[in-house]
Design a protein around this ligand. Sequence first.
Ligand SMILES: Nc1nc2c(ncn2[C@@H]2O[C@H](COP(=O)(O)OP(=O)(O)OP(=O)(O)O)[C@@H](O)[C@H]2O)c(=O)[nH]1
Ligand SMILES: [Mg+2]
Length: 309
Amino acid sequence: MSIFDVFKRGLKKTAVAIGRGISSVFTDVKKWDDESFTRLEKELIGADFGVQTSKKIVAGLKDRYQQGEFSGEKDILTVAREELCKVLHEGLRPLHQAPEGPTVILMVGVNGSGKTTTTGKLAALFTAQGKKVMLAACDTFRAAAVEQLKLWGERTGCPVIASKPGADAAAVAFDAVSSAKARNVDYLIIDTAGRQQNQKGLMDELAKILRIIRKLMPEAPHETLLTLDASVGTNAISQAREFAAVSGASAIVLTKLDGTGKGGAAAAVQEEFKLPILFVGLGEAPEDLQDFSPEMYAEAIFTTEIENN
Ligand SMILES: Nc1nc2c(ncn2[C@@H]2O[C@H](COP(=O)(O)OP(=O)(O)OP(=O)(O)O)[C@@H](O)[C@H]2O)c(=O)[nH]1
Ligand SMILES: [Mg+2]
């Protein structure tokens, strides 16, 4: 399956929802007026594109329509794609890499947002690129968390540094960074427990993990990736903004885009967080985590190829 197929399949629910929305706006409209543009804006907001982005897309469409650049429904999709890509390219950058030695990636996020699964999928992605990957089970809070990560270690053939549930998470981080340096792996990915910014004990634990990492490698972590569940809706996503600030998140992984008809969230997230989206989760299989490509994302969402199911 090509990477674009992964995007297409993962975003199908959203594409169907948007496609229906656009058709319902334009079926009986030969000429577009302010009302049809407003209806389209509402459809986009309804698919979680966020108010600002929806306005930007529609304003761009309107401009180009008035300049006579397009007329039919198909052209709308093309222009909508271009406008969405413009928004999504703002602030986009590749993953930070260590100039030498291991690149350390710290996973953070609220409970159930996809940290452990993303850790496993990243291991699969980097391994497929021929890189040496090590995982660290710093979620010592939840009993089954260590086992869950060890399973991903087995699936991807990557060593997992772990201790017992209940152990000191920062001590596991210490062992993991030491070991990653000694074995000179390319990537160390550190899974952590789910937490909210108002849980003082757990936030202190995260701060301690960071202090220990920096003691051994002052420039690490090279990325602190915040996992955000796209299917929870834009309100819940906005609530994660404070968490992002407190945890020092450097970039975002938007997970579960396949589980929702409101997959427009990437645009809203970028608008809210001012952090780049580096990866997207488009399903539960290892290959369903992909580098975020605005072009593929926009093409998969705004498409005329929607099967009727
Ligand atoms: N469909 C779909 N499911 C996903 C995706 N990412 C994660 N999941 C599922 O979401 C659930 C929670 O994922 P976890 O990786 O365990 O989340 P977590 O953040 O580690 O959870 P805690 O450690 O409990 O905080 C699991 O059932 C995953 O299979 C995705 O991109 N698509
Ligand atoms: Mg987890």
